[in-house]
Design a protein around this ligand. Structure first.
Ligand SMILES: C[S@@+](CC[C@H](N)C(=O)[O-])C[C@H]1O[C@@H](n2cnc3c(N)ncnc32)[C@H](O)[C@@H]1O
Length: 375
């Protein structure tokens, strides 16, 4: 069997399951790098294949579970976060699709539907209108950007510090026919390369949690937003149920930080205070996890089985693990791939634990406005 046939064989496993699951041909699945071989060859992103193993080691050392400290993570946030997304992006695309975020979910709604609805909600809260110029802060490979641009007929700039994700985003925008109206800029959201008052609306989905300093990050967003306009954000937060003196709470927090490239997960109150300190007026705030009929972490919960999110189930993850191990052994996936798979498994366990104990939420929603005149 040729390399090409192996590729299409393994790659089709995912599409077949999607077909089974949804009963329709999911064109966007075809566009995504969603096959097992895509996963294996994509591990490491822009890191040279032979350097992946040492990048994994360096990444792990930033974290508590491997003796790392918060100050080092904050001082080296750019290196830590970029390494994380170089290592993890192909796993995300394989398991989750083009949008790398969670969503509150109604009974009877599929994961994909809930993810899109969560994106549409932001567009509605921002009051997006055709022709507006919008910024997506920490845009991943642009899944939300494409969905929101199509939903609202706006022109969206995706800001991201990870070169590999931007190259994937550009390719997916080209296939979707959105290259004219939407673009990507590679830059750090702590120092954005845009003039003051540039955008009619700004949103950030599960991205500003990577900032080493929330006030600094929100201040940059404030600066580039036009006066009177809105910023909407889904933040990762420790909730009021989190007890910093509780060892098991701290262990869960550390697992989430390790598995998700985070310097330090802030509390809901810290995020709210930071938004106010940056100068914003708060319109509304709500933890959307609190009254979600279906828990956001359900797709990661190994005690559940779902045909629509098969790859995230216990059996699906077992298959992925075995494939990654095998492809690493035969030299298709770079050395170190299996360790990435392991710390992502840890992340999933931490997230489920955090969700179950209600000490963590990935969807604390804040809607804020930049005042028309600064006081
Ligand atoms: C969990 S992903 C979410 C991506 C996207 N919002 C989505 O929902 O699909 C977090 C994103 O934030 C980006 N990011 C993290 N730190 C950043 C920084 N300092 N500057 C710009 N982007 C950053 C990462 O590269 C990644 O694309």
């Amino acid at each position: 069997m040729s390399f090409r046939s192996v590729h299409s064989c393994i790659g089709s496993l995912g599409s077949d399951l999607s077909l089974l699951a949804d009963g329709v041909l999911l064109v966007d699945r075809e566009m995504s790098k969603s096959g097992a071989l895509d996963l294996a060859t994509g591990v490491g992103g822009k890191i040279k294949k032979e350097d992946v193993q040492s990048a994994v080691e360096q990444y792990e050392k930033y974290h508590v579970c491997f003796g790392g400290g918060e100050e080092t993570r904050k001082a080296n946030y750019s290196d830590m976060v970029n390494k994380y997304y170089d290592l993890a992006t192909s796993f995300y695309e394989f398991g989750w699709g083009e949008s790398f975020h969670f969503a509150p979910r109604w009974k009877g709604e599929s994961l994909r539907e809930s993810i899109k609805r969560h994106e549409h909600f932001l567009a509605l809260q921002l009051g997006l209108k055709p022709g507006m110029k919008v910024l997506d802060v920490g845009c991943g490979i642009g899944g939300p950007l494409r969905e929101i641009a199509r939903f609202s007929s706006t022109s969206i700039t995706g800001l991201n510090n990870n070169e590999y994700q931007i190259s994937r985003g550009r390719e997916l925008n080209r296939v979707a026919g959105l290259s004219e109206s939407c673009n990507f800029v590679k830059a750090d959201f702590m120092k954005m390369p845009f003039p003051d008052n540039s955008f009619d609306g700004i949103y950030a989905i599960e991205a500003t949690c990577h900032a080493p300093d929330a006030v600094g990050c929100y201040k940059e967003i404030y600066r580039v937003l036009k006066p009177g306009q809105r910023f909407a954000v889904y933040e990762w937060c420790m909730t009021d149920h989190f007890d910093p003196d509780n060892e098991s709470h701290q262990k869960t927090k550390a697992e989430i930080e390790l598995g998700n490239g985070l310097p330090d997960i802030r509390t809901t109150k810290q995020c709210l205070d930071a938004l106010k300190l940056a100068g914003f007026e708060v319109i509304s705030e709500k933890d959307l996890a609190a009254d979600s009929p279906v828990s956001w972490y359900l797709p990661l919960d190994t005690s559940q089985f779902s045909i629509t999110s098969f790859r995230l189930t216990s059996f699906g993850r077992f298959i992925t693990r075995t494939m990654v191990k095998t492809l690493e052994f035969v030299g298709i996936a770079p050395a170190g791939s299996n360790r990435v798979s392991s710390f992502l498994e840890k992340a999933a366990e931490g997230l489920v634990e955090g969700g179950r104990k209600e000490i963590f939420t990935p969807m604390c929603f804040f809607l804020v406005r930049k005042p028309l005149s600064e006081s």
